[in-house]
Design a protein around this ligand. Structure first.
Ligand SMILES: [Zn+2]
Ligand SMILES: [Zn+2]
Length: 153
């Protein structure tokens, strides 16, 4: 049970951590790396993928060390970070940016709002002046905007 709660807590915390990291580091001192995601090149991989690799390594290390030392907090945190990373990959990389063309058009109002919000983030190719740095936490205006345009379906 302790592991489950830690996993859920870590999942939620990851949205906060990645929001802060995106806003203050990626659009700050680490812009050179993150820029490769805003200005698209030709290859399949972007230098920006290093961030996924970074979080993935932390998650694997937590799970391995946690299992070795019978520490359910570490295992739970590792699983929470992994599930967040997987969710991020499916929504951000597959659904929004279509790096893998596996899924059809978005029908769900939440997913549509999420995609609109992230598209807004990509309106700029500059380090400064970007909006909406989170992914799963979608500002309410993107739902209102949807209703106004009457394009829920
Ligand atoms: Zn960005
Ligand atoms: Zn993006």
């Amino acid at each position: 049970m302790v592991g489950l709660f830690t996993a859920i807590g870590s999942f939620i915390l990851m949205e906060v951590v990645s929001w802060a990291m995106h806003k203050y580091l990626m659009h700050g001192p680490l812009w050179r790396i993150h820029k490769t995601h805003h200005v698209h090149g030709k290859g399949f991989f972007e230098l920006n993928d290093l961030f996924s690799l970074f979080f993935g390594s932390i998650a694997v290390a937590l799970i391995v060390l946690g299992l070795e030392h019978d520490n359910l907090y570490a295992v739970g945190a590792g699983i929470g970070i992994s599930v967040y990373g997987l969710t991020y990959f499916v929504l951000h990389d597959i659904l929004i940016h279509r790096r893998i063309k596996a899924l059809g058009r978005l029908q769900n109002p939440y997913l549509k709002a999420l995609a609109d919000a992230h598209r807004d983030h990509h309106r700029t190719r500059e380090r400064d002046g970007a909006v909406v740095f989170g992914l799963l936490w979608v500002p309410i205006r993107y739902f209102r905007q949807q209703n106004r345009k009457g394009r829920i379906a």
